[in-house]
Design a protein around this ligand. Structure first.
Ligand code: MV4
Length: 444
């Protein structure tokens, strides 16, 4: 087992990882930018190393600075958390070259799943259902027009280097293709330095349902059922829950099997997520595979009573997983509490937290690095807390979430707490009647 893990991240996830390391008897190294010198991960880690100024490119994204910090402190592994360098092929490879275990996917897995057209081709070959569309990249505008006719409009064109909606365009009719093709290519070139585009049939009003998976170094794989992440705004998830209110036992069985096929197809090592779109007929299609721990891993942990960070560390150290799948009996919901004004287009609201009081009680979990007197720097993601509830049923979980939100007091900044309070009272949400389009029409 590792003796010392460096956490190449900040905020709640850095703290989350430190907690598990402590429970496992593993020493921890926090790295921090000057903006984070007063943060809880820095206080709670055994050692802390400053790796640069607030701007991420010179600190949390600086491979050289992070490797130097690992060498100085003699860390034998690095946990990247989510975001930042967690799905960076080069970082995974450089860790390998320095004899430091990267607690995440191997470089070639990151590369192959990061290129969405390659990922899709891999999944088709493995027998995982995919959305009908182009085979590989679309070479030209003329080619796009020919293929779209075969696929039948509406179609969606997607940047192969994308994900998260960048370089993605919905095309409803042929006469719109040229302008949308050109703008997607331009956006992809600017954002990713790669303007490769592929095409699919556009699925209207889908649900975003993902399967948590794990694979070990010995070829074993298992799944831990689904999370419903359909409540999103501009590709930012707001609420996640498990099980999905749209799920059936049969669909879970089949999506779980497909996710295992995906895991085995890439000899996946570590914990990961296979994202699917599910249409109104409950047909499901592979969308992307995430080779990292996700923000919403918490709800899966609550329903299976299992520490996914611990599992990541054990898999990275070479331990075997049992290979049995998980079909939980509880219901968990997570609300992402962001330092944003939900009544002003979710505008970021960094600054000093003057009052902080968090809810508690049975079935309530909070993952946060916030405290009274903490100043949220303006340089990073605006998520400051995750409020998670777990209960016997979805109805009880919603009641518990309403109660917990009412107890949650954060003053000095604007937060998304009032948004979540309205959402938990919404009839369609409470009936499980929502798709990825929900936020486009939700008024509160
Ligand atoms: C789609 C789609 C409909 N049809 N693909 C959004 C981000 C990227 N991961 C893929 N996305 C989508 N791909 C086809 N063929 C709709 C979306 C989509 C979406 C997916 C999941 C969650 C929220 C979404 C919001 C808008 C569009």
């Amino acid at each position: 087992m590792f003796k010392k893990i460096l956490i190449a991240n900040r905020g709640e996830i850095a703290l989350r990882i430190i907690r598990t390391c402590k429970e496992m008897g593993i020493k921890t190294v926090a790295v921090y930018s000057t903006a984070d010198k007063d943060s809880l991960p820095v206080r709670f880690a055994d050692e802390a190393v400053c790796i640069g100024p607030p701007v991420s490119s010179k600190s949390y994204l600086s491979i050289a600075n992070i490797i130097a910090a690992a060498e100085i402190t003699n860390a034998d592994a690095i946990h990247p958390g989510y975001g930042f360098l967690s799905e960076n092929e080069k970082f995974s490879e450089i860790c390998q070259q320095h004899g430091i275990k990267f607690i995440g996917a191997l470089p070639e897995q990151i590369r192959n799943m990061g290129d969405k057209a390659t990922a899709k081709a891999t999944m088709i070959a493995a027998g995982v259902p995919c959305i009908p569309g182009s085979v590989g990249l679309v070479e030209s505008l003329e080619d796009a027009i020919v293929q779209a006719k075969q696929i039948v409009y509406p179609v969606i064109i997607k940047a192969t280097a994308g994900g998260g909606g960048k370089g993605m365009r919905i095309v409803w009719k042929e006469e719109d293709m040229e302008a949308l093709w050109n703008s997607a290519k331009q956006e992809a070139a600017a954002a990713f330095g790669n303007d490769g585009i592929y095409m699919e049939k556009y699925i209207e009003e889908p649900r975003h349902i993902e399967i948590q998976i794990a694979g070990d170094q010995h070829g074993n794989a298992c799944h831990m059922s689904e999370r419903d992440c359909s409540i999103q705004r501009r590709h930012q998830k707001l609420v996640e829950e498990t099980p999905s209110p749209f799920m059936t036992d049969d669909l879970r069985q089949r999506m779980g099997e497909a996710a295992i096929k995906a895991t085995k197809a890439v000899n996946y090592e570590g914990v990961g997520t296979v994202e699917f779109l599910v249409d109104k007929n409950r047909d499901f299609y592979f969308m992307e595979m995430n080779t990292r721990i996700q923000v919403e891993h918490t709800i899966t942990e609550e329903v299976i009573n299992f520490d996914l960070i611990k599992e990541q560390i054990k898999i990275a150290a070479g331990e075997k997983i049992s290979g049995k799948n998980y079909f939980p009996q509880l219901h968990a919901i997570q609300c992402r509490i962001n330092a944003e004004d939900p009544f002003n287009d979710f505008r970021p609201s960094p600054g000093l937290i003057t009052t902080y009081h968090c809810p508690g009680g049975h079935g309530v979990r909070i993952d946060t690095h916030a405290y009274s007197g903490y100043t949220i720097p303006p340089n990073y993601d605006s998520m400051i807390s995750k409020l998670i509830v777990v209960a016997q049923t979805r109805e009880e979980a919603i009641l518990k979430m309403r109660r917990a939100l009412d107890e949650y007091i954060i003053e000095g900044i604007k937060t998304t707490i009032p948004f979540h309070q309205k959402l938990m009272m919404n009839e369609d949400f409470c009936n499980g009647n929502f798709t990825t389009k929900f936020m486009e029409t939700f008024e509160y």
